[in-house]
Design a protein around this ligand. Structure first.
Ligand code: HEC
Length: 149
């Protein structure tokens, strides 16, 4: 009788405590290999940083020439060779009236996550996988300099 009464208690204690020795890590953390393939694909949209997003405009100009000018034109007027044959046309970054409606975070987000992420053309692709955070900040600074906003 006493044994029968003690059994549920023993099971309960075991449910709470018996798992611990096997789950406790017995290998040092540095021996556990990092599984890069465990990163989910597609990854959720990264959060846009807060604070000052304007990096170095001169570096941004070089990135712009490399990645953006084919569509937007080096001067940012939306008149690059590829930009002339797509619809909608690339945004004119010298248009202060329009660009003034966008915050730096808006500009950063559309460059990082693409036009589709903000309900605009998917032809404005996401550059977050190609250009690192500093590069994105530099591009924000350069794009801003084109309109003086
Ligand atoms: C394949 C052509 C193409 C390339 C390359 C391209 N864009 Fe665009 N971009 C577009 C188009 C098209 C739009 C207009 C989207 C719309 O208005 O729906 C646009 C819009 C934008 C906008 C304005 C978004 C808004 O909210 O109105 C910004 C800022 C921008 N692009 C920055 C860049 C930067 C920086 C690069 C280079 C890293 C780049 N784009 C490369 C086609 C391109």
């Amino acid at each position: 009788m006493r044994w029968a009464a003690a059994l549920p208690l023993a099971l309960l204690l075991c449910a709470v405590g018996c798992g611990e020795p096997t789950t406790a890590p017995d290998a040092p953390a540095e021996e556990i290999p990092a599984p890069p393939e465990a990163v989910p694909e597609p990854a959720p949209a990264p959060a846009v940083p807060v604070g000052n997003l304007r990096g170095d405009a001169a570096s941004g100009r070089e990135l712009y020439a490399l990645y953006c000018a084919t569509c937007h034109g080096q001067g940012g007027k939306g008149d690059g060779p590829a930009g002339q044959v797509i619809d909608p046309r690339p945004r004119d970054h010298t248009d202060a009236t329009y660009m003034g409606t966008l915050t730096d975070r808006d500009v950063y987000r559309v460059i990082e996550q693409g036009g589709a992420s903000v309900g605009k053309s998917p032809l404005m692709v996401a550059w977050g996988g190609v250009i690192n955070e500093q590069g994105l900040r530099d591009l924000v600074a350069y794009v801003r300099s084109l309109s003086g906003t």
